[in-house]
Design a protein around this ligand. Sequence first.
Ligand code: AMP
Length: 394
Amino acid sequence: MTRIAVWGFLMAKAKKTPKKRVKTGPKKASKKPVKKVAKKPAKKATKKQAKKATRKPAKKATRKPAKKATKKPAKKATKKPAKKATKKPAKKKLKSVRVQPIKPKATFKLLRRVADVKKYVEEAKKKRKRIALVPTMGALHEGHLSLIREAHRLAHVVLVSVFVNPTQFGPDEDLDRYPRDLAGDRRKIRASGADAIFAPDAGEMYPDGFQTAVDVMDVTRDYCGASRPSHFRGAATVVAKLFNIVRPDIALFGQKDYQQLVTIRRMVRDLNQDVDIIGMPTVREEDGLAMSSRNTHLSPAQRLQATSMFRGLRKAKRLFESGERDAAELAAVVLDLLREERDLEIDYVAVVDPDRMERIPEVERDGIVLAAVRVGDVRLIDNIRLGPTKSRRR
Ligand code: AMP
């Protein structure tokens, strides 16, 4: 009894040992503990036998070994191999390349010309570096920086593009007053661990005679695509150009701009572009408002009204979690909340299939609620996922 009790106690202390037992099954379960009893435990065994053999060891001898021997091996034996057979091979191995804390790079570069970026990338590729691209329009906030930090974790070289892309703004949109702050962006990007900024001017990206566009069709038709007819064509075209210039191994995008993320994924598949697209979670202000460069244009009163969008989306998610599956009902709770705000104009609220971007009458397993509003002359979008969270790399 005592020996088992002491062994149980030691097993609980040596946290890693039980995991190994779990993975390898009953054979190893009998091996490892024996080693430990023979080596380190010798001294402790005598003390514990003398003093605490009655309390803690007694509990642990019955609980922990029993749980692990019965539960975990059983789960792993049945579930994990099955998953690996279907999903894991497709996801490949996008492992973290570093774990060190972020330090600004002394070699940090600001690149303004396509030719300079190509040269920079060529050098990195020669050294077999994994390259990440984070495309942005600047005026960076925590949402952008979360993408850069993740890129830093996943790649050796992180390039952030800062380009207010004129072709994704309609004629009556806010291109001229879109916030710009390259000096501030440069500081933030460097502090977030990036290696370089690519900040071209419009002439560099669209020289005279430019006349090509990438049109991703079905997934851009509705929602923001309907309200902003040329928006996704402009966004897909500039991202395709950036992919050709930088030839990144991975590129990171925010889920806040969900329709854009789906569009880019579709483009990458359709054009056989060799880049992994990572979709990153939406970063929010404390009051839930999704961070956006355009939030700076909101007055305090407008800002307060803008928060109703996320409140509505969260309410829809709670309703879904309580069992509601009807898309109209789920959308209605969002619409009801938005309608309470006097200065807020609703563009759309839609419950859609997260991959095909088609409206669905019912959310069976998986859906996403998309919303867009105008507060004053600021257009804001947000969304919330219903159902299981999917891999960021789909
Ligand atoms: P933008 O500068 O608005 O074009 O955004 C550049 C990238 O940052 C896009 O992939 C956006 O989806 C992403 N992004 C913008 N806001 C957020 C946010 N609040 N959280 C996460 N990602 C964001």
